[in-house]
Unconditional design. Structure first.
Length: 120
C-alpha cells in the first residue's frame, strides 16, 4: 500500500463504522410500532446512512481497489458486535471475540498485503 493510500483506507474504515451503525437504527426501528414517530425516525436515519454510504463508497473506489475495499466491509461484523454490547446489552462469547479478531487480521492482511500486477 502506498503512503498516499492510507487516507483512503482510513476514510473507508470510517465509512464502515457509519454503515455498521445502520444496524443499530434498523434493530431499534424494528422494536417500534410500525409508522410511529420513533419507527419513522430510526428508519429515516437508516435510509440516510445508506445514502451517505452509497455516495462515499463510490468516491473511495476511485482510489482503492475493489477487492481490497470489499474485504474491508468485513469490519462491519466487528462493529456490529460492539454496537450489540453497547446499545442492546448483548453478550459476547469467546467464539465471537476470536471470530472478530480473525476478521480484523484478515482485513489487515488483505489491505496491507503487497499488490501484484499480473500484466506482462
Amino acid at each position: 500500500m502506498k503512503k498516499n493510500d492510507t487516507k483512503y483506507y482510513v476514510l473507508l474504515m470510517l465509512l464502515m463504522l457509519l454503515m455498521s451503525f445502520g444496524g443499530v437504527c434498523s434493530k431499534t426501528a424494528a422494536g417500534e410500532r410500525f409508522l410511529s414517530f420513533r419507527w419513522c425516525l430510526f428508519y429515516g436515519m437508516l435510509l440516510g446512512i445508506l445514502g451517505l454510504y452509497a455516495v462515499f463508497w463510490q468516491q473511495i473506489l476511485k482510489h482503492v481497489e475493489l477487492s481490497r475495499a470489499y474485504a474491508c466491509k468485513a469490519v462491519t461484523v466487528v462493529w456490529g458486535m460492539v454496537w450489540g454490547v453497547v446499545f442492546f446489552h448483548e453478550s459476547l462469547t469467546p467464539a465471537n471475540i476470536i471470530g472478530g479478531l480473525l476478521v480484523i487480521v484478515g482485513v489487515i492482511l488483505v489491505t496491507w498485503g503487497e499488490k501484484h500486477d499480473d500484466t506482462d
